[in-house]
Design a protein around this ligand. Structure first.
Ligand code: GAP
Length: 513
């Protein structure tokens, strides 16, 4: 646990030191759970967004994009159920006066059971060595099975109680499990209450005529209210999808874990409209497609797992999370939801406008069903960033800090160095920068010894360093060094563009899907 916390602290401080993420309004001591993306962070975020957008919109001829407003008519949120049901169950500790999400306290308890399972696995691995079969051990060891059963039973009971709005049982569960306030150790809890997560604001100049608005808590509703506009103007035939990226806002109570849970964050969502009765197949298909997208980035199958929901949101008939192994354990990265016709029907009822599709093959009109994929851009950023940060032991006994970002997402693709700041080498290096900069984000660096410059770029996540030396003046070749292997090769300046393109282009990475 302490090791995980140390690793997470390193992630947060590295993100600041290398210009990825800053605390918002830091000079005023910051604003809780609100963050700013700095010079490198903004590039990484843009690259993740683009990687998602291309895989959704450009690679699928039946998915189109949309950019709806953050402000929406307030009835939208009544229809979607957010006014009445977008709540978190809260509990206060009477001694520490700290407020918690009751479900998170219980999930953290289950997380500790999972940590115990991992401990058992590690012990057994040590005992059995090479002959150890992890899957078999997990499936048969009585202690591991006991922890698994206990965790599953707790989550099931919590899910059912939340579903039935039986908040007294959620409190009873916390007490039965002996969960204490993480801050004070006290078990003196209040009742569990519901708290709405939407931020309110006002539209209009005078107090008496101003209209109450909400900052959108999800981007999806902008897609639903535009469903028919897009379908008609784009002449879309079911099945088809509408994709959107944009800001969403939630007044989160548990505001910790850096950019994992923020009050202002960005979502990348796609609503896929299907014929009623076919939603199950599409739900399974999108689960598989989205996992493939994640795997294409090369962060390893073991970093992901599916978690099927026991407690379904008010709009869903099936839902699963793709969870990622963050430094603080497996947590939700993306949700795939079969949202039925809940939203479109609700908007029909509240607006009095029909939101139906005429299916020419069936010769009838219906309200389509929807399968949604929804991923937090900031959470994806944290997944990629934390997974990439390594302290690597080198053969010469030293260590290096290296940020092994997938090259396709790296903010800067190449750093170009003159070996020395004289003899015409800077001019050749600058010419290379000029030749590459229209195609790739590249930088020039002449400060310090080359070894130090390599380390700086390793830690910043730059996949290539290109060094111009005295021989370059005659042979028109340079040394290209790969960040991950530290391998160096002599290549022609004329070939640089092709070499870099092969390694960083979205097409070569998405082709792995
Ligand atoms: N439209 C469905 C929807 O919003 P959700 O599971 O509430 O579903 C989808 O959110 C994704 O948005 C999550 O999987 C997560 O990646 C991201 N997300 C949700 N709340 C977040 C927060 N407070 N901070 C950062 N990301 C968040």
């Amino acid at each position: 646990m302490a090791k995980q916390e140390d690793q997470f602290k390193k992630v947060v401080s590295h993100a600041k030191e290398y210009g990825y993420v800053f605390q918002s309004s830091e000079i005023y001591d910051g604003l809780s759970a609100v963050y700013d993306y700095a010079q490198n962070g903004v590039e990484l975020k843009k690259n993740i967004r683009e990687y998602w957008w291309k895989s959704m919109v450009q690679m699928n001829d039946n998915i189109v994009g949309l950019d709806a407003s953050i402000f929406m008519h307030p009835t939208t949120w009544k229809a979607s159920g957010h006014v009445d049901a977008f709540n978190d169950p809260l509990i206060d500790n009477k001694d520490s006066k700290k407020r918690y999400r009751a479900d998170v306290l219980i999930e953290d308890y289950v997380g500790k059971l999972e940590a115990k399972i991992e401990k058992e696995v590690a012990k057994a691995q040590k005992r059995f060595g090479d002959s150890f079969d992890r899957a078999q051990f997990i499936a048969t060891n009585p202690r591991v099975l006991g922890y698994q059963e206990k965790g599953a039973a707790i989550l099931k009971r919590m899910g059912q109680s939340l579903e039935k709005e039986d908040l007294a049982d959620v409190k009873a569960l916390i007490e039965e499990l002996g969960i204490a306030c993480p801050l004070s150790g006290s078990k003196n809890w209040t009742e569990v209450k519901q708290f709405n997560l939407m931020f309110g604001t006002k539209l209009g100049a005078s107090a008496d005529t101003a209209m109450d608005l909400y900052l959108r808590p999800e981007t999806a509703q902008g897609i639903f209210v535009n469903f028919l506009n897009v379908q008609k103007t784009g002449r879309m035939k079911i099945p088809f999808g509408i994709a959107q990226t944009g800001k969403a806002f939630r007044n989160e109570i548990v505001a910790r874990q850096f950019i994992f849970r923020m009050r202002e964050f960005e979502q990348m969502e796609m609503q896929f409209f299907v014929r009623p009765g076919t939603q199950k197949e599409w739900y399974e298909q999108w689960k598989e497609t989205r996992l493939k997208w994640h795997l294409s980035l090369g962060m390893g199958r073991d970093s992901y797992r599916f978690h099927d929901h026991d407690k379904l949101a008010h709009y869903a008939d099936a839902a699963a999370d793709i969870e990622f192994k963050f430094p603080f354990g497996f947590k939700e990265l993306e949700g795939i939801h079969s949202r039925t016709d809940f939203d479109l029907k609700a908007h029909e009822e509240h607006s009095g406008k029909k939101l139906q599709y005429f299916d020419p093959e069936l010769g009838e009109s219906y309200v389509p069903y929807v399968v949604e994929t929804s991923i937090g851009l900031d959470r994806m950023f944290l997944a990629v960033f934390s997974n990439s940060l390594e302290e690597e032991a080198l053969e010469n006994g030293t260590t290096r800090t290296v940020l092994k970002l997938p090259a396709v997402l790296a903010p800067t693709k190449a750093a170009i160095f003159p070996l020395v700041k004289k003899d015409g080498l800077p001019e050749v290096a600058r010419k290379i920068v000029d030749d590459l900069k229209l195609d790739f984000n590249v930088i020039y660096d002449e400060k310090d010894a080359v070894g130090k410059r390599y380390r700086r770029q390793d830690a910043a996540g730059t996949p290539f360093c290109i060094t111009v030396d005295h021989d370059s003046l005659n042979d028109h070749c340079v040394t290209i060094r790969h960040r991950d292997t530290m391998e160096q090769k002599r290549v022609s300046i004329a070939d640089l563009k092709g070499i870099i393109h092969q390694e960083v282009s979205i097409s070569s990475w998405l082709n792995k899907m």
